[in-house]
Design a protein around this ligand. Sequence first.
Ligand code: NAD
Length: 286
Amino acid sequence: MPCGFLPRGDDIVGYGEGGVMKIGVVGCAGRMGRNLVKQVAAAAGAELAAVCDRPGYSGVGQDAGVLAGLEPLGIPVSAGPEAVFAACDVVIDFTTPEATARHAALAVEHRTALVIGTTGLPAAFEAELAVASSHIALVVAPNMSLGVNLLLGLVEKVARTLDESFDIEVLEMHHRHKVDAPSGTALALGRAAAKGRGIDLGERSVRSRDGITGARTSGDIGFATLRGGNVVGDHTVIFAADDERIELTHKAGDRTIFARGAVRAALWCEGKAPGLYSMADVLGLK
Ligand code: NAD
């Protein structure tokens, strides 16, 4: 079953052959990586074809299933990402911004579709992703859950409906290990609110407050970050006016919701033309 990506060399078929998408997971030893291995292994129409983790990872050769807490799957952890991109129709990447930059280049080299869940990607990387997406199908989403992607649409709509008498604040809480702040999802919610209100988030966001800050500037979008425990991810967008307040909240109870969304995105890539896609495309929310 041809996939519609640019052919690898002279090979114009091979993606999703026999109705099965060969899916790879880079960062397979991580919190999300292990969850992704489980979800790919369980998904109809998907075959876990190859996995790897960071260079020098001590678990090279270990069985991916065992690493994820499953029965052996017969898929050993590869020594590097090249083998993963060479073997797969689509690769799922929940790693670090540095690793994701390398993986995007490999995806283009091998004409492999790529699903990026990594957050904290630098703004400068956006231009590189746009170039990559002219060669491959690329799905990028700071949050792969159905609920948060619905929330993005709701936030944009509420922000479009209300005027500046409603102050917009985005509050998020994550587990103690998270390294970037505000979360990619909080920023996406801020962008959705800014889009609804017709303003540029870059010019109107207040990312932290400390000391004598002065009164709140009307029209700004504020962010507040909490870290602690094993919280998977809570996000609330608050629209606060005099005497009334709307709060839109999503709470993730388990990483499985992100992994399921990522696998859905990977399967959705089958037959897609090169392009930069979001979860709204994958979930048909546009
Ligand atoms: P983690 O630290 O548990 O896992 C990251 C894994 O990537 C580790 O196993 C690490 O060794 C591996 N890695 C690092 N460099 C690598 C390289 N060069 N090649 C291959 N593997 C490499 O982190 P996590 O909690 O699994 O989160 C990973 C990323 O996913 C973070 O950016 C997080 O914010 C993001 N995330 C996104 C969503 C979403 O829905 N988009 C959901 C949860 C987490």
